[in-house]
Every structure is written in C-alpha cells, then in structure tokens.
Design a binder for this molecule. Structure first.
Ligand code: COA
Length: 558
C-alpha cells in the first residue's frame, strides 16, 4: 500500500511505525502537519491508498478525511476522547490503558474504531509509557488496521465515549504542604517530558521535570534539602523527592543545578561509589555485579550526555574495569541508551562552540576508554532508543546486543550536517565496508534493530520481552567461557595490530578536525539546527528525505 503519514513530527513512535511498515513492503511518505493546504498538496502528489496520523496536535481537514480513509492513532482506550489522554490516565492511577486507531471525522477521536490494543500501566513517566507501551500497542493496532483495510468487508464500529478536557496546570499543581511523595511523583510523571509541572523554586517561577523518589531524607515540607551532581532534593510531608530538570520562563529545559545556579549554595549530598544504593534515591550511574559480570547503567535524562556526565561515566567505567569481573555490560538508561552530546547544556553555555568541543572530547574519551579496555570483554546492551553519537559510542564495545523494537538513528547529518566522531571512521568500515559506512551516515532515516544486525553494524537483536534477563544470561555465559583468556588475548592483539596501522589518536584527530569546522567554521548549520532542536521550534517544511512525494523524480507507480 502507498501510505501517507500526516504527523506533527517524526517522533519515535512515528519512526517505529515507519520502519515496521516499510519492512512489510509498504511505501511510506511523510508530510508534517504544517497547514491544511500543505497536507492537501501532499495527498494530491502522493495519492495514497491510506493516510495514517501517528502523532497529531490538531484535526485533519475535512477536505482530506471526506475523500480518503484517514486513521488516527489515539493514545487512549476505546471510547476515550480528547487531549491529555495519557496525562489523565497516569495522574488518575489507572491500572490498564491502551491505544485506539480511529477513522478521522469532524469530531476529534469520535470516528469509527479500526483497531485497538491494551497494556498494563506501570509507575513511570508519560514519555516513557509513550516510548514503550504506547508505541508497542500503536504498532499492533496500526498493523491490524492496515490488514483490515486490505481485507474486504471490514466495517469499523462506532463507539460512544466521553471527551475529557485538556489537563491544565491547575490540575497538575503540587501542594508541598499536603501532597505525599507518591502523589507528587505521580503528578510529575504525568507531565514529563511535556509540559512539566508549574511551580516555584528560589522564589522564581519554573516548570519541574525528571522526578526521582528519595527513601531516607526528610525535612520541612517544601524546603530544599540539598543537591547531588545536577539534581536537587525537596522535602515533602512524608519524605522527599529529587528534581532532575527544570525549565525557567523564556529558557530551555536544563539540569536543575544549571537552571538555578543558586542551587550551588545547597548542602551537597554525595553518594559514595557507584554501587546501587539500597534505598531509592537519585543515582544516575549505577554499578551492579553478578556471575563475573559488571553492569553499568547510566540513566541520563533523554539519553543526552553532557561533558560532566561523560567524564563521570568514564571514571565509573575505569573503576568498573578494576573489579574482579570478566565482562562489563554497558546498559544505558531505561528509555535511551544514548543520544550523544547534550545539546541543551551546549545551547545554554556561554560559548556553545567551546562547550560542543568540550562535550565531543569528553564523549570521545569515554569511547576511547571502552576501546582500550584490556581487562574485560565489553557489551553495549542497547535496550532503549539510541541516536547520533550514541549509536557509535555503543559500537566501541566488543559486542552490541540490541532490543528488538528499539529505534536507532545512526547518523549525524540531521543535526546541521555534523561530521560526527566517537571513532566511527575506525569502527564502521571493518564491519560494514567503506561504502556501507558512508551509506549509513547518509541515510538520515531510522533503522530497526534487525536491520542493524543484518548490516553487521550491531551483533545481535534480542527479543523485547525479557531483554534484560537475556542480556544478563548471555553475559554470564560469556564470562564463564573456558577460552576467556584466549579471547582477551585476541582482543589485545587486534587492538595492537590496529594501532600499528593507524593509531586511535589519528582517527580521533581526523574526525575532530571536521568537527572543529562544524563548531567554529563559517557554516553555522549545526548551531542553527541545534537552536531549533532545543527550542522545539515548529516545523515549517518537511525534509525531502521524509517527503518522498516531493522528490523531483517522484512518479506514482502504475
Ligand atoms: N541533547 C539534548 N536533548 C536531547 C538530545 C540530545 N542529544 N537528544 C534528544 N534530546 C531530547 C529532546 O530535546 C526531547 O526533549 P523533551 O524532553 O523536551 O521532549 C527528548 O530528548 C526526546 O527527544 P525527541 O526528539 O522528542 O525523541 P524522539 O525519540 O522522537 O527522537 C532522536 C530521537 C534521537 C532522533 C532525536 O531526539 C534527535 O535527533 N536527537 C539529537 C541527536 C543528536 O544530534 N545528537 C548530537 C550529535 S552526537
């Protein structure tokens, strides 16, 4: 089928649907929902068999839905209507939720139902539920709806329902003198990553994001108890919670201590070492050990890795290599493995060019530490989505095992034509060939885990259910392998041989020469792209690699 996506943006759910439908032989083109006339033009150019709206913020115009079958993905159960669907479900603590695929009509979310899927809720942030449960359910429901469209005789059912209102900040407001920690976490989770909860800190208005539970600390409700790295801890009536990220009016979302430099005056509440704290608390880097395997998790918000985070993770990795293990598994975070350098902290720096330079050097230091590790075999367990530099950082490990369904974006070009670093020029060609490496870099489109393994870019695609357990089992088997000493010796010999041909320092220098031009050169594309990305600027056009119907040589197949 020829399927047109009309969507607010090419977000991760849309990317997942895109590559799954392409893998099933459908032809997909994408138009961002910019204006009714632009969507109408896309429909007349592409002449789709079906229109899907995976992520829309406003209604499809009647000029389109009255002439073409348009299926809208709604993140709510059958009968649920209206905005803030997930926000209400999380804040109201529902046990089960779902996704419905409805036919677009005049009234939002009220058209006949083509398919639906349900899932059990878990206590997590809205963005996390969206990237995981909602995305899986949306895929299931969209595939069912596409099958029903191809089959003859399917008649979608009209279901009655009640529309709920847009959730307002007054519905989200926290009363620090009355709300329990659990209630505050639920409110913050329901608002993360957008729009956050409006509140006040240091007497200034702001929006709060990225909440973590705290198991020990207590204090005067509402008071700030201290800081740890970039997060701040605030007392509640029955304990405390941590706030990791804050957006102040007129600014972008930033790590809490960067958004409020006054937080430096708060007492420091450091953790000692990297081992998992026995009580819930803010701990972004966690080390655990089992069966000869060290597991290093890094729960960095949105997978973005700032200069300081890269430095701390490098330190943690170096420490992990001194432990009596045979294998180190780099687990990343629960939603993202890594999305490369931290574009928000770069944007907020006094000199974004200097901060970009510091950040790329810090992430390269981490990649180099992984590449030079001689004492253990290393595994990147890519359970979450990963993009740009994060995809190549993972490749620095000896093995990359990726969860089926993860969305990979192994390219830098979308960020203002960045050349990229993280030793991709060393890591890619031996695996995928020179031409393959160039093709991956040029591609600009999301890649599935299966595709990454077929290309030999990554090593294994593991089923989504049980991914963590499967990784631990495989890593333990690796650690117990009788030929471990030979494997390590072979790894060292390969590194030495490679070093003799071209030292890692030379790869790094060549890549960074290009990056220096991206950061300091006369072409400002990277700085412009980063500004629009971190400001979440609305799209004013759809890039050509997505809007295939706008290719000059585009012809409707006979
Ligand atoms: N730095 C800072 N923030 C980042 C980030 C980065 N490298 N990558 C993603 N984010 C943030 C987004 O700003 C967004 O923030 P929000 O909390 O305001 O929603 C959040 O992560 C989710 O990103 P989004 O783009 O909505 O998610 P997605 O799953 O639809 O898309 C990517 C994923 C990776 C394709 C996309 O985020 C991206 O292109 N990131 C930039 C990668 C990059 O160029 N890195 C620098 C070069 S190494």
């Amino acid at each position: 089928m020829r399927i047109l996506f009309i969507t607010h943006s090419f977000n991760s759910l849309t990317q997942r649907l895109y590559y799954e439908l392409v893998a099933r032989g459908h032809e997909i083109s994408i138009e961002f929902d910019i204006a009714d006339s632009v969507s109408e033009e896309a429909v007349s150019l592409f002449r789709p068999d079906l229109i899907i709206a995976p992520f829309l913020k406003r209604a499809i115009p009647e000029s389109i839905w009255s002439r073409h079958l348009c299926l809208v993905v709604h993140p709510g159960i059958v009968g649920d209507r209206g905005p803030s669907a997930l926000d209400w479900a999380i804040q109201n603590g529902v046990q089960e939720w779902g996704v419905t695929v409805l036919q677009a009509e005049a009234e939002m979310d009220a058209g006949p139902v083509w398919a639906s899927a349900r899932f059990l809720m878990r206590p997590a942030r809205k963005a996390s539920i969206y990237r995981n449960e909602v995305t899986e359910a949306a895929l299931q429901a969209v595939l069912a709806a596409v099958d029903r469209k191809s089959a003859t005789g399917f008649v979608p059912e009209r279901v009655s329902g009640q529309a709920h209102a847009l959730m307002r900040q007054s519905d989200r407001a926290i009363d620090w003198q009355a709300d329990s920690s659990a209630a505050i976490l639920a409110k913050l989770n329901a608002a993360d990553g957008f729009p956050g909860v409006a509140d006040e800190l240091f007497g200034q208005p702001c929006h709060l994001f990225d909440a973590w539970p705290e198991g020990l600390l207590k204090g005067e409700p509402g008071s700030l108890l201290g800081r740890r790295e970039t997060a701040i801890c605030r007392a509640t009536v029955d304990g405390a919670v941590w706030i990791g990220h804050i957006k102040r009016p007129g600014s972008i979302k930033l790590p809490a201590t960067q958004a409020f430099p006054e937080a430096a005056e708060l007492p420091a509440l450091p953790l000692s070492g990297y081992r998992k704290s026995p009580m819930p608390t803010w701990q972004d880097i966690v080390y655990e050990e089992a069966a000869g395997v060290g597991f290093l998790s890094f729960e960095f918000y949105n997978g973005a890795m700032s200069t300081a985070q890269c430095q701390r993770l490098t330190e943690a990795f170096r420490w992990a290599t001194t432990q009596p293990t045979k294998v180190i598994v780099l687990r990343g975070g629960s939603d993202f493995w890594s999305n490369g350098i931290h574009l928000n902290t770069i944007e907020a720096a006094e000199s974004p060019a200097d901060e970009s330079w510091a950040n790329i050097n810090a992430i390269d230091d981490l990649a180099e530490a992984i590449l030079r590790c001689e004492t253990q075999l290393t595994v990147a367990a890519v359970g979450g989505n990963t993009g740009a530099g994060g995809c190549f950082l993972a490749r620095a490990a000896d093995f990359v095992w990726v969860r089926d369904g993860a969305v990979l974006n192994p390219h830098y070009k979308n960020m203002g034509n960045l050349f990229g670093s993280e030793f991709w020029t060393y890591l890619l060609p031996p695996r995928v060939g020179e031409a393959g490496a160039k093709a991956i870099m040029r591609h600009r489109l999301p890649m599935s885990a299966k595709e990454a393994v077929e290309l030999a870019f990554y090593d294994a695609c593991l089923p989504a259910p049980g991914f963590t357990v499967d990784v631990a089992r495989r890593a333990a088997e690796l650690a117990a392998a009788p030929d471990m000493a030979e494997r390590l010796a072979a790894k060292q010999a390969k590194r030495q041989a490679d070093e003799a041909i071209k030292p890692l320092a030379a790869y790094r220098e060549d890549e960074l020469k290009e990056m220096r031009r991206n950061f300091y050169g006369f072409d400002p594309s990277y700085h412009v792209a980063r500004y629009h990305f971190v400001s979440r600027s609305a799209h004013s056009w759809t890039p050509r690699h997505l809007a295939r119907h706008r290719d000059l040589d585009w012809k409707i197949p006979e």
